[in-house]
Write a protein that binds this ligand. Structure first.
Ligand code: MLT
Ligand code: MN
Ligand code: ZN
Length: 306
């Protein structure tokens, strides 16, 4: 299988439109060694097949399709390689791009949990709006770790697991989480026996989750914040990383400690990186620490073949 990193930034992208923090300003002016990034999405396609699954429909989806010709195989007057969309949560950065797919001739095959479908029908009623255009062919994702397949995408198998993270602000579960508000997905190439675990929003690593990560050949996990109080220290928010459902990389119990404990053969990649995270600065000590630990930072346009 091939994983195309369409967007490696968190909500807001990099640079963020209204942000003049050191990093957004630096990347905008070209004075910082860092790469611009669009908002969180990947496209996963089986070997030899054009059609695959779009994980998360970001507000930058049209730009991502233009930048990744693999998403437009041009086999007919109207065409797309997106056989289905799967959502890991119902947040703005992962869902609002659904509206950009409204010109489809047929209903959009959409795979998500019941809590996410509820949020996208009530709080942010994108599914109702799409009903006035192509419509949605909804498929229920159960966050129970059981394997399932997606029609039109041969050779890949998926398992979703409930994560402790955070539902969107317009969700009735924002402060009373239910299983399925956020999921991580194990994507398995059944012919080659290779797998990737994808979880761009991950607040806590539990033993069953860590077991699942240990079984994957590569992990693409939450790279939002370096420190828990990153946004507070910059004066940009009153909330910690953990308050909004993201496990910071540094510090006791942080993501780096967990990644260190994975089997040596596991490829470790951070994705959904917030514009305030110092790992975006390729000359930063934090980026050097990642290199020492064998942890990569995903870039837009990159392909991962586990
Ligand atoms: C998050 O991951 O915490 C949210 O998506 C941030 C946002 O897009 O507002
Ligand atoms: Mn997000
Ligand atoms: Zn910024």
């Amino acid at each position: 299988m091939r994983i195309h990193i369409l967007g490696s930034a968190a909500g807001g992208g990099f640079p963020q439109w209204n942000c003049n923090c050191r990093q957004c300003d630096g990347v905008r002016r070209g004075t910082l060694r860092a790469k611009p990034r669009t908002q969180s999405a990947i496209f996963v396609a089986p070997d030899g097949g054009a059609d695959g699954v779009l994980f998360n429909a970001s507000p930058d989806l049209l730009q991502q399709i233009k930048a990744n010709p693999v998403l437009q195989p041009a086999r007919g007057v109207r065409d797309t390689a997106i056989a289905a969309v799967m959502l890991v949560d119902g947040q703005v950065d992962h869902a609002t791009g659904l509206l950009m797919l409204r010109e489809r001739a047929l209903p959009l095959p959409l795979w998500c949990t019941d809590p996410v479908a509820e949020d996208l029908t009530q709080g942010l009623p994108l599914l109702r709006v799409l009903g006035h255009f192509c419509g949605v062919e909804r498929h229920v994702v159960e966050p129970d770790g059981r394997a399932f397949t997606i029609p039109g995408v041969a050779g890949l198998q998926f398992r979703a697991i409930a994560l402790a993270s955070k539902a969107a602000p317009y969700s009735p579960h924002r402060d009373a989480p239910v299983p399925g508000d956020n999921v991580g997905v194990l994507i398995e190439d059944t012919a080659r026996g290779r797998s990737v675990f994808y979880a761009p929003g991950l607040g806590e690593i539990t033993p069953p989750l860590f077991d699942l990560m240990c079984g994957a050949d590569a992990v693409l996990v939450d790279g939002t914040f370096w420190t828990d109080d990153e946004m507070i220290r910059l004066g940009l928010s009153k909330k910690t990383a953990r308050d909004i459902g993201h496990l910071p990389q540094s510090g006791p119990g942080g993501m780096l400690e967990w990644l260190d404990r994975l089997p040596a053969r596991t490829r470790r990649l951070l994705i959904h990186v917030n514009n305030t995270n110092p790992i975006l600065d390729e000359d930063s000590p934090e980026r050097a620490e990642l290199a020492r630990r064998g942890v990569e930072v995903c870039e837009d346009g990159q392909t991962v073949e586990p």
